[in-house]
Design a protein around this ligand. Structure first.
Ligand SMILES: [Zn+2]
Length: 306
């Protein structure tokens, strides 16, 4: 009896523990810099809400995580995956944005002693949109109901902030609102790696939500792409060079904004936007069929209000 109970308890651990650990796997980008490239489809219970990329930087003073996952379970999976790369304690985490998988794991890492770094613009959106952020992730599956939203206790101020941890410099840059208001990028000048957060989507089409201001996002993108980045870890999709990022995010945003402005200047209607341009260079991107129409209508309505 006792043995049976013990065996099934052990079996349960054997089954559930690897499942959690296997969701996140960090791949090397360059020396001491790693990225987990999440699926480019929707958030699910199986992917722990991690349909997005997460960064790991190993410094002389400890490990640093960029974006903390969609709640305590994803954070735990991130921490386990980091442990396979380094024995260093996770001493700091950064948030590049406000969508669930960018920051809802903050509490988990803070409890392990990590300092949370986020720009005040980002924290403002995390607070202003908290109800909708939580409702959206909780609707995915019951495993996301367990949430303790924690923000950076001393948000970074100004448009650019520089933090050095164990000899590695992390520059936090706010250019303009992007996928969410207040989104930032993290630039590592020493290794020429840019963690762009949701400023950049590759391999899949970016998404313009009703709260997204595509003109501001394009402005942010055009400033960001000036950074001399050798490797860009996007918000979604594979680690890329500047050319791919320009082609799959920058060129699309530019054409979207220009097409809509032109139609509106001529007092045209929403359904004239897509036929006014050739979109074939973006049609290979995953979710083009599902998202392009929404991107056009959300941007059209947003610009019409101004
Ligand atoms: Zn995203």
């Amino acid at each position: 009896m006792k043995l049976n109970w013990f065996s099934s308890a052990v079996l349960a651990c054997v089954i559930s523990a690897p499942a959690l650990a296997d969701v996140v796997k960090f791949e090397q980008v360059t020396d001491n810099v790693y990225a987990f490239i999440g699926e480019i489809d929707d958030r699910t219970k199986a992917n722990l809400g991690l349909n997005a990329n997460i960064g790991l930087v190993v410094t002389d003073a400890g490990a640093v995580i960029i974006d903390t996952g969609a709640g305590p379970r994803s954070a735990e999976a991130i921490a386990k995956a980091a442990k396979k790369i380094t024995d260093q304690k996770i001493v700091a985490v950064f948030n590049t944005g406000s969508q669930d998988h960018r920051w809802l794991g903050n509490d988990y890492f803070a409890q392990q002693g990590a300092t949370i770094y986020a720009m005040d613009t980002t924290v403002a959106t995390q607070q202003n949109m908290l109800d909708s952020i939580l409702n959206r992730i909780m609707a995915v599956d019951d495993i996301f109901r367990d949430q303790t939203p924690v923000h950076a206790s001393e948000p970074l101020t100004g448009k650019h902030a520089s933090i050095t941890i164990g000899g590695t410099t992390f520059e936090v840059k706010y250019f303009n609102d992007a996928h969410f208001p207040g989104d930032v990028v993290i630039w590592l000048p020493q290794s020429e790696v840019l963690f762009s957060g949701d400023h950049v989507y590759v391999d899949r089409l970016l998404g313009v939500h009703p709260h997204t201001h595509a003109v501001k996002w394009l402005d942010a993108f055009e400033q960001m792409i000036q950074l001399p980045a050798k490797y860009i870890v996007p918000g979604h999709g594979a680690v890329s060079d500047k050319a791919k990022v320009q082609a799959e995010t920058g060129d699309y945003l530019k054409q979207l904004v220009e097409a809509i402005k032109e139609v509106q200047e001529n007092f045209g209607a929403l359904d004239e936007v897509t036929p006014s341009r050739d979109w074939s260079q973006f049609q290979h991107l995953r979710h083009f069929d599902g998202w392009h129409g929404r991107n056009v209508s959300n941007t059209f309505m947003r610009l019409e209000m101004e």
